[in-house]
Design a protein around this ligand. Structure first.
Ligand SMILES: [Zn+2]
Length: 172
């Protein structure tokens, strides 16, 4: 009579492999931004994402595990550094720890934007470049604060309850 929640066990087993599912996040090549970016999964085929929504530009397109033209082996640049370094939360992830981290993020976000004038926020644009601590207004994600400049093409912005890696400095 006992039903084991296998799916839950899989998710909370503490490995760094997050179980992919629709609504979850995955790194994908964005066909519009032409960058490797954080995407939200729209549709899955089996265990693989097929349709994704770009967290930066909001466009919907097919999931691409790597940039066009980059072969799985023998490429000059190893794409390994781009994945899985977005969050550096402690590994011992219990439910309470996750909740505490979320609360801490929320408080950090509130502290960063509390009492700031609308004029202090810069509208988020692909072509703009940001510095740590900049206040940003995004058309989809709302108000945020730049936590980290990853490189000249990417910034990590904390929006309400969620940090996102977005592109910056993209010339059209
Ligand atoms: Zn995009």
């Amino acid at each position: 009579m006992k039903i084991l929640p296998t799916a839950d066990l899989l998710v909370s087993s503490g490995t760094h492999m997050k179980k992919l599912q629709a609504g979850g996040e995955v790194d994908s090549w964005c066909t519009k931004c032409r960058l490797f970016l954080n995407h939200r999964i729209i549709a899955m085929m089996g265990s693989k994402p097929v349709r994704v929504e770009c967290s930066t530009c909001g466009s919907h397109h097919n999931f691409r595990a790597r940039p066009p033209g980059v072969k799985e082996t023998g490429s000059v640049r190893a794409p390994s550094a781009t994945a899985s370094t977005a969050t550096r939360a402690p590994r011992q992830s219990t439910a309470t720890r996750a909740a505490a981290a979320e609360l801490a993020r929320e408080q950090a976000w509130e502290k960063a934007i509390a009492g700031r004038a609308i004029a202090d926020f810069r509208p988020y644009k692909l072509s703009a470049t940001f510095s740590e601590g900049d206040l940003v207004r995004h058309s989809r994600f709302g108000d945020g604060v730049v936590m980290r400049v990853i490189d000249s093409g990417k910034v990590e912005i904390l929006f309400k309850g969620e940090a996102r890696t977005l592109a910056q400095g993209v010339a059209d």
